[in-house]
Design a protein around this ligand. Structure first.
Ligand code: HGY
Ligand code: MN
Ligand code: MN
Length: 407
């Protein structure tokens, strides 16, 4: 049994056109009009496939294919929101390969004992509303619904109001729902599978992630008449923090990664000394203890840089997800499926967060990776070859049928 490669390629092309950038990437931020159009397109395909579609309080979409017994479903899912000028594979492949699995079951007229459900999670990227994976986080009981509803984007627009505006504020409670297994196919977003000539990664777990926000209050002043000796420049302190955050990764070493991705300078003009700077810090490591060590180092880097420049600051460590190992039996099932799919594969760990990270807190969870060309992602250059996608989708199909049981 195999997926329909042409149909899958066609779906990737069609969904990829919604929010497509001039350079062939994707900008489809959570709960924007593009996201609505992407969601609407997916719901239409789910209904065409005969699925019963429901939407929950966080706008998560579920399409269920009935099983022959009243048992918890095998869920496959991911997300359709993207980062700005991102790629058309991150998240999209997980929902489209899940759809293709269901379409293949329909083609084969194959009945399964467990229902099979396709899930689309809201705002996985954390690019518009923070934190990332907010909706699977609410479902897993790790993020309060009210806090998620009150999350605001950079223009102060609330998540709840946007859910309502695009018509995806559902009534289903966003609470843990029993499932036989949750499977997420995703691009690796790193270089290893391609470097080793492999088409599938059997994911064993996901790194621990910590997001912090630093606000530095300097003294806004004129760039000309203000002598250097009396300046308190928020951006100079921020620059020292940025260098310090890179040093933390270099000095601790191992698998620790640190990134400053967002920097906002006020008033951000040529001839004024910056009075206020906010910056984001993203740190990740497979060991929670190492991440704790890095966070402790961050606190002293910030304190020393701000003392040197005589500026005040607030450092908020506002999001933390622990290292998440996947269910061993499920990892074995995915590995068996990769073998059955004839894929060249290996076991691998994820350096990116996924909704699977929160779903693992509710029930048995596993992931299937496919390679990223040049290891690139969260950029318009993101690409995965259809041969690899086909191997990944077939692995997902065989794992889902194994878990759902043929009736
Ligand atoms: O941040 C992440 O790892 C994911 O892309 N949301
Ligand atoms: Mn993703
Ligand atoms: Mn992503």
């Amino acid at each position: 049994m195999n997926v329909d490669r042409r149909r899958l390629e066609q779906s990737i092309e069609e969904l990829g056109r919604i929010g497509q950038t001039p350079r062939g990437g994707l900008t489809r931020l959570a709960l924007t009009d593009e996201d609505k159009r992407g969601r609407d397109w997916m719901v239409a395909r789910m209904r065409e496939a005969g699925l019963t579609v429901t939407v929950d309080q966080m706008g998560n979409i579920f399409g269920q294919r009935a099983g022959t017994a009243s048992l918890p479903p095998v869920m496959m899912g991911s997300h359709v929101d993207s980062v700005p000028t991102g790629g058309r594979y991150d998240g999209q492949l997980g929902v489209l390969c899940g759809l293709e699995v269901i379409r293949t079951l329909n083609d084969q007229k194959l009945r399964t004992r467990h229902p099979v459900t396709l899930a689309i999670f809201t705002n996985e990227e954390g690019a518009r509303f923070q934190p990332a994976m907010i909706a699977s986080g609410v479902m897993a009981g790790k993020i309060a619904l009210e806090d998620a509803y009150n999350a605001r984007d950079k223009d102060g627009i609330r998540l709840l109001d946007e859910l309502e505006r695009i018509g995806y504020l559902g009534s289903e409670p966003c609470v843990p729902r029993p499932f036989r297994a949750y499977l997420e196919l995703h691009i690796e977003q790193g270089p290893f599978l391609e470097e080793e000539g492999l088409s599938v990664g059997v994911v064993e777990g996901i790194v621990a992630i910590a997001w912090s926000r630093l606000t530095i209050h300097g003294v806004q002043d004129h760039a000309g008449p203000t002598p250097m000796r009396i300046r308190h420049d928020a951006l100079v302190a921020a620059a020292e923090v940025i260098g310090g955050v890179r040093r933390i990764a270099r000095e601790i070493g191992g698998d620790l990664v640190t990134t400053i991705g967002n920097l906002v300078v006020t008033p951000n003009i040529v001839n004024a000394i910056p009075g206020r700077v906010t910056l984001s810090i993203d740190m990740r490591d497979p060991q929670d203890a190492t991440l704790d060590q890095a966070l402790a180092r961050l606190t002293s880097v910030v304190r020393e840089a701000c003392e040197r420049e005589g500026v005040r600051y607030e450092l908020e460590n506002y999001w933390r997800v622990p290292y998440t190992p996947f269910d061993r039996d499920l990892v074995d099932t995915v590995e068996r499926a990769a073998r059955g799919a004839g894929a060249r594969y290996r076991r691998i760990r994820s350096g990116a967060g996924h909704d699977a990270q929160y779903m693992a807190a509710i029930g048995p969870t596993g992931m299937v990776f496919v390679p990223s060309h040049d290891g690139r992602s969260h950029c318009e250059e993101e690409f995965t070859a259809i041969d690899d996608i086909e191997h990944g989708a077939r692995t997902l199909l065989l794992a889902a049928v194994d878990l759902a049981g043929q009736a």
